[in-house]
Design a protein around this ligand. Structure first.
Ligand SMILES: [Zn+2]
Length: 352
């Protein structure tokens, strides 16, 4: 994801040998035993939901959106971060993908892996990319797309002290995925009359050199494949992309490209937030963001919005955790994930 005016600004990370990632990819194939062991329990306790704005009258669990459990989603976020950095082609990404496939199948969803090789200027070998798709009621023709990217940036290149350090991507990477893994738990017992696809994009930001490397590799491939198969037998009515939705200081404004492509959808989702009295959804535009929703709109022609909190951690603050080593689970919260998940599910429950 990139803010519009950042397109050519800022320092560029220098080139480095990519042997490290090749080695990590290799390790992923030789130490599958790692994946047979249960994951370590979260080292960071999920934050409680005490003091959140959702009142007692909103806790009726017969409603789908009230069943979204932010603490369970936050445990997923921590779990992904404990797998380490998860850039495309890395061991962390492979471990995450295996967990996700198993999870989605256990939730009764039909899982597809859309694999392709991507030639990247910084890598000797093509990078294997995998978009993951988990489908609720795959037999239905008319479908809703919920998406997030699940790769993380290779380096925290905005970090003021160590731009070649470790980047965990708790908010920028894990948060959108964690909302979708929790939604996956709830779909099977829902009565949603439409098909729903949870799609995780690879290669959103495999950026070693910002002036050279393309963004949105996975979503662009996904959108082209969709556009090139008009006889696929199903279609998306619209889409919602989730990116950077875990910030403990949640502030979600209308995103300007979303307003351009799908203004009614933007307002309708924010109406759900209003109905739930979730005030972190602020019904006015703020940032213009380039993200995976662009290929979905421009290539696949699926009206798609981006729910994204670019103010990480706060408006007007000097510090920003975006693309730094500080993008860690302690900056995120269960309450934020729960608010986003409930709004999305409230909106979904209104679709006919
Ligand atoms: Zn990013």
């Amino acid at each position: 994801m990139l803010r519009h005016r950042d397109r050519s600004a800022g320092r560029e990370p220098c080139m480095r040998p990519l042997g490290r990632w090749c080695a990590l990819a290799f390790l992923a194939t030789v130490i599958p035993s790692l994946l047979l062991h249960p994951l370590r329990p979260p080292t960071l306790a999920a934050q409680t939901l005490a003091g959140q704005s959702l009142g007692d009258q909103d806790s009726d669990e017969t409603e789908l959106w009230n069943r979204f459990n932010g603490e369970r989603a936050f445990e997923d976020l921590v779990r992904f971060c404990e797998m380490g950095p998860r850039p495309s082609g890395s061991a962390g990404m492979e471990a995450q993908r295996r967990w996700l496939v198993e999870h989605f199948e256990a939730c009764g969803l039909e899982v597809f892996e859309q694999k392709f090789d991507h030639d990247h200027a910084a890598y000797d070998e093509p990078v294997r990319m995998v978009n993951l798709m988990a489908r609720y009621r795959p037999e239905l023709e008319e479908r809703i797309l919920f998406a997030a990217h699940y790769d993380t940036r290779p380096f925290p290149d905005q970090d003021p002290t160590d731009p070649r350090g470790e980047f965990l991507g708790a908010n920028d990477g894990a948060s959108g995925v964690a909302v979708l893994t929790e939604i996956a738990r709830l779909l099977r017992d829902s009565e949603i009359p439409l098909g729903v696809d949870l799609v995780l994009f690879d290669g959103e930001e495999l950026i070693i050199d910002r002036r050279r490397d393309p963004l949105f590799v996975g979503s662009t491939y996904f959108a082209r494949t969709y556009a090139d198969a008009p006889d696929r037998g199903w279609f998306y009515r619209c889409g919602i992309l989730l990116d950077m939705v875990g910030d403990a200081r949640l502030e979600l404004y209308y995103e300007k490209n979303s307003l351009r492509f799908a203004p009614e959808l933007v307002r309708d989702v924010w109406r759900s937030a209003d109905a739930l009295r979730i005030r972190e959804f602020l019904p006015r535009p703020r940032h213009e963001i380039r993200d995976d929703h662009l290929p979905l709109n421009e290539i696949a022609e699926v009206p798609t919005i981006d729910i994204l909190d670019f103010d990480y951690p706060r408006i007007g603050g000097r510090e920003a955790y975006w693309h730094t080593r500080e993008d860690t689970p302690d900056k995120c919260s269960a309450a934020s994930l729960e608010k986003v998940g409930r709004v999305v599910l409230h909106w979904l429950s209104r679709q006919r």
